[in-house]
Structures are given as C-alpha cells and as structure tokens.
Write a protein that binds this ligand. Structure first.
Ligand SMILES: O=C(O)CCC(=O)C(=O)O
Length: 442
C-alpha cells in the first residue's frame, strides 16, 4: 500500500505497476493455457536434452505467475520483478536461454530443431516479465512506500538512460561501419589495386553495390532476393574458419597439398590460348603467390567442386543461411582460387549466387538483365551466356551500346559475400591472391 504522504506521481506509478502486474499475470496465465505452450513442452519432452528444459520452463512460468500474484496483492511498483518468485523466474528463464542458445549455435543451422527457437523465445518472454518494470531481467528494488517507489523509479530511469546510451553507442558504431568510403581513396587498398581494374571502375559511370551488415533473412528476401538487386553482405562469414586458415598457403598444403586439381591457364575462358592443366594443389598454391609462375600465366582453379573432392576443406566453410530462401536447393558449391589478375569475363548464370570471399580481394562489376543487348552475347555455341565485350579493353566501335550501359561495382573483401541475382551479368577480377566460394541455388 502507498503511504498517504506519497506524491501523486509516485502513487500513480505504483498503480500503473500494479495494473501491469495484473496484465502480466493474465499474460502468463494465457501463455500457459495456449495450445502452443503445451505443444512446446511436448516437443521439448521428445527432443534430445529437452525434458529437463521443459521442466525448467514450466517452473519459470509458475514462478512468474506467482510473482505477478504477489505484486498485484501488494500494489508493488516492483511489479513481477519484486520478491523471491521473480528472482526464480529470472534464474530459471536464464538457464533455459543459455541451453537453447547453445543448441541454436551448435552444428549446421538447418539441423537445429525448431523447438529450440521456440524454447529460446519463451524463455526471453519469461525473463522480460521477471524484470518488469525496469526490463533488466533482474528483480527491481522496491516494495511499499514513497521512498522505495522513488528509488525504484530512479533506478528504472537510470537503467533506461544507460540502455539508451549503450544503444546509441552501438548504433553509432554501426553507422561508422556503414559510412560510405570514398571511391578509390588515395592510399587505400583499392587504390593499390587500381592498376588492375578495368576502365571506368569505381567511378561515376557506375554506382556502388548496396551494402548490408548481416541482414535478417526477411530483410535480405525483401530488399534483395525478391527485388533482384545485388548486395554486399558483411558480418555473415564470422563462423568461417576458412577466412583465417586459407590465408596461409601452408595450411592448404598440409590439408590437401598432394591432391590433383584442374587449373585453367590463360587470360580467361573466352581467350585464345586458353587451356587446362592438372597439377597438385601444393604446386599451384606456391605458384599463385605474388610473382609466382601462375600469376604470370593467370592460372586459375576456377569453378571447381573442391569441397566434394576434399571434404576436409568443406569443414572450413559454412553454407550461408540466405541459401534457404527461394526453393532453398543449393545446386553447387565451387572454389575459385588463384593469383592476382584472374579474370572471369562478363556472363550470366541461371542461379542465385552468393560469392563468398574467404581470402584476398576481387573487383566485381554487375549489369542488370535489362542491359543484355549492350553485353553483345555470343549468338551460338557454348557461350551464349557470355558477352563478347572485353571489359578490360572494350572495342566501342564494334560494341557501341556498351559505353552507355549503367553498372554497379564493388571490391569484395575477405569476410564479405556478394549476392548476384539470377540473370545478372557479372565480370570478376582478382586484385590480390584470392580464394572465393560460390553457392548457387534455385
Ligand atoms: O570469382 C570469379 O572469378 C567468378 C565467380 C562467378 O562467376 C560466379 O560465381 O558465378
């Protein structure tokens, strides 16, 4: 009960908290009555490691309901967050969160049972309920009376301010990361690569490919896959051991040095004097280093299903979750490994593509399907999906429409992946030793 000398605002806050406690008790009771809740407990009961988690969830929900009952009876500003039951709710919910989190982050994402997502969500709801009204997940100080009410109010306000400050700092950091780089900044890695870039690259004739930091599946679907627009995705290769391991040629040699791989030799696959050679990965990796013979010959281990051939290397890569969209059927996973200067000429593919950069940098230029005429595709033969224009030295007398075609371009860095929508024309040139992995899916 609130003391009669309590200021009106504090009395109002206490009344609001008590009303929230009533709401919450009803919410928790409703949660427990729902068919989904029962289903969740049943599914957990059948999942490996799930029965004890089902038990913890039930106890957390019961403690939340009891705490809401106490708070309602006391008219406490602590809401569900006051008293021992709130503490139990929060501790039990935290354990469930931790167990579910472990399950969600172990193994391949698609192999994790859906029940662990639901268990995690339910635990978050209960943990949030335990922390009302501060929302910190910890029981708020408080009880009866103006002083306690004021203290609770001040604590909530300062915790809210701290949360806002932390959020502001996080957003600031994100904005900083997203800040647009000047195109070809002097002294940058891009500037160092500039000698290798085809004319017009990263300049006003093109525009930068959109960038996104670890977009959600929904955002990726809405803004890129269904909209058929390319995007450079950062932050989605954090779990790839390849990014760290493959930068060291000695690692590749240790894992797969004696294995024989097909290497394309020549300017690119449309050029005269182009051919293929078989050699060991060890020999190719050594010669692909700067100044090595493969750089001079433009040797390229290109579009090769290396991970079927050498499963030990497949353990270093992770299928991007975005590949589950659409029909969600990955058609092929290919390796692209070579020295600086390898070229894949303008072409289109009938698949969605995520080109994942594990090592080094690549320049990529993209033209939408609307530009097909300006790409001057080969009319017949094996290469009707390839353009006749040489992007490095375009013959504008023969191919005049090419000059006006608008494009998007980027330099893909290690740890980034580029989404190339189905049917988009792309030209790719490595500007350093480079190792990429492409995922093609329907
Ligand atoms: O990385 C490359 O050289 C070409 C990649 C490509 O064309 C593709 O993934 O479709």
């Amino acid at each position: 009960m609130i003391g009669t000398t309590a200021p009106l605002a504090v009395a109002a806050a206490a009344a609001t908290a008590a009303a929230r406690a009533v709401d919450l008790r009803q919410e928790v009771a409703a949660l427990q009555a729902r068919a989904e809740w029962r289903q969740l407990l049943a599914d957990l009961g059948a999942a490996p490691g799930g029965p004890s988690v089902a038990d913890l969830l039930q106890r957390a929900a019961a403690a939340a309901a009891a705490a809401a009952g106490q708070a309602e009876a006391q008219g406490s500003v602590g809401g569900v967050g006051s008293g021992g039951d709130a503490g139990s709710t929060s501790r039990l919910a935290e354990v469930v969160q931790q167990v579910a989190w472990e399950k969600l982050h172990t193994g391949d994402w698609y192999a994790v049972a859906v029940v662990w997502r639901d268990a995690y969500a339910a635990a978050c709801i209960l943990a949030a309920a335990a922390g009302l009204p501060g929302g910190s997940g910890r029981p708020a100080q408080g009880g009866i009376g103006a002083a306690a009410a004021e203290e609770a109010g001040a604590a909530a306000a300062s915790s809210a301010a701290a949360e806002a400050a932390a959020l502001g700092a996080a957003l600031g950091a994100l904005e900083g990361r997203r800040a647009k780089r000047p195109r070809l900044a002097a002294g940058s890695a891009e500037a160092a690569d500039a000698a290798l870039l085809p004319p017009g690259s990263l300049g006003p004739r093109g525009s930068p490919v959109a960038a996104a930091d670890l977009p959600s599946l929904e955002a990726f679907w809405q803004s890129h896959m269904s909209a058929e627009t390319p995007v450079v995705i950062s932050g989605a290769m954090e779990g790839w051991p390849a990014v760290r391991r493959w930068a060291d040629p000695a690692y590749l040699v240790t894992v797969a040095g004696p294995r024989t791989v097909p290497v394309e030799v020549g300017e690119h696959y449309l050029a005269d004097q182009w051919g293929q050679q078989l050699m060991t990965l060890q020999r190719f990796a050594a010669a692909a280093e700067p100044g090595g013979s493969q750089q001079a010959q433009r040797g390229y281990l290109a579009q090769h299903p290396l991970f079927d051939q050498i499963p030990a290397l497949a353990g270093d890569i992770r299928e991007p979750p975005y590949c589950c969209l659409g029909d969600g059927e990955v058609q092929s996973i290919n390796a692209w490994f070579g020295p600086a200067g390898t070229v894949t000429p303008l072409h289109t593919d009938p698949h969605h593509n995520l080109l994942c950069q594990a090592v080094g940098r690549k320049y990529v230029r993209l033209y939408s399907p609307a530009c097909t005429t300006a790409m001057y595709p080969h009319a017949e033969g094996m290469h009707t999906n390839s353009g006749r224009v040489d992007v490095d030295a375009p013959d504008l007398e023969r191919f005049p429409l090419f000059a006006a075609a608008r494009f998007q371009d980027c330099v893909l860095e290690a740890g980034q992946m580029l989404y190339i929508p189905r049917g988009w024309w792309h030209y790719v040139k490595s500007t350093t030793v480079s190792f990429s992995v492409s995922y093609w899916w329907k």
